[in-house]
Design a protein around this ligand. Structure first.
Ligand code: ATP
Length: 246
């Protein structure tokens, strides 16, 4: 079976500093994969390379066996890869419903096609309502994003990331700053909304990582030092030395 996402010898330098130093990674369709590693290891940079935000200095990224490195972020998005950001990336003055609708519009590529859009209004609204329900934010439907609690904002952020129907989803620290209860709720939500999708997640919270991931890769100084199932990672001496023990 073709991998959903394949990184082959991916490299990135900023000036003389080599930040990502030859990363190989393959995610099977439906896999939930977490990347962990100390601060500054290059996790966010890796996400920026996969999603097309930064050009690669070397290597290649493939989505379902087709090369995506070199494409613009929106083109990669249209091919079915969507990412969230560490900081919330919502339209603060728009309501929850409008934010979801906007994410759907963007993903469908209707943004410049007004007449096309008019014909699709009903379907679009229906889809946004469904997303709203999936996220459990029905009660907050008409509330501007700026007035949501922090955890609700992060939930909506996950919603706008998956709304377009991307089948490969990258989440960057989705539970950062949440309380324990909010975090447990977020894990459950992520599990539910990524059924049948391939998930790559960067997360500092080991509880989330070990709870959610089928496989874990450990990134240290721009290199993956181990990639395995959670129990294997937990027992890996090199990983403990480099990261978990600290
Ligand atoms: N645009 C840039 N220009 C120069 N250096 C950068 C740039 N972006 C990131 N870096 C450097 O690359 C290294 C890796 O940063 P990155 O943010 O990817 O790490 P990270 O693993 O996501 O860290 P954290 O866990 O703290 O979020 C850091 O040393 C950072 O200073």
């Amino acid at each position: 079976m073709t991998d959903a996402l394949t990184l082959s010898q991916v490299k990135k330098s900023f000036g003389p500093a080599e930040i990502i130093r030859g990363v190989d990674l393959a995610l099977a369709p439906g896999e939930r994969h977490a990347i962990i590693g100390p601060n500054g290891a290059g996790k966010s940079t890796l996400f920026n390379l996969i999603s097309g935000r930064f050009p690669l200095s070397g290597g290649q990224v493939q989505l379902h066996g087709r090369k995506i490195s070199g494409l613009a972020p929106y083109e990669i998005n249209r091919r079915g890869l969507s990412r969230s950001f560490q900081i919330t990336n919502l339209f603060q003055r728009m309501t929850v419903f409008e934010n979801l609708r906007c994410a759907l519009l963007w993903a469908r590529g209707y943004r410049y096609s007004f007449w096309h859009l008019v014909g699709r209004q009903a379907a679009l609204n229906e889809e946004a309502e469904q997303q709203l329900e999936k996220l459990g934010l029905q009660d907050r439907r008409d509330v501007p994003a700026s007035l949501l609690t922090y955890a609700e904002q992060r939930t909506l952020e996950i919603g706008t990331t998956i709304a377009g129907g991307a089948d490969v989803v990258l989440l960057d620290e989705p539970t950062a700053g949440m309380s324990l209860t909010e975090r447990d709720h977020a894990i459950e939500l992520i599990r539910n909304v990524t059924v049948d999708k391939t998930l790559l997640i960067v997360e500092h919270d080991m509880g989330v990582v070990f709870d959610l991931a089928d496989r874990i890769s450990v990134l240290v100084y721009g290199q993956i030092i181990a990639s395995d199932e959670p129990d294997q990672i937990r027992g890996n001496a090199e990983v403990q030395k480099a990261y978990l023990g600290t």
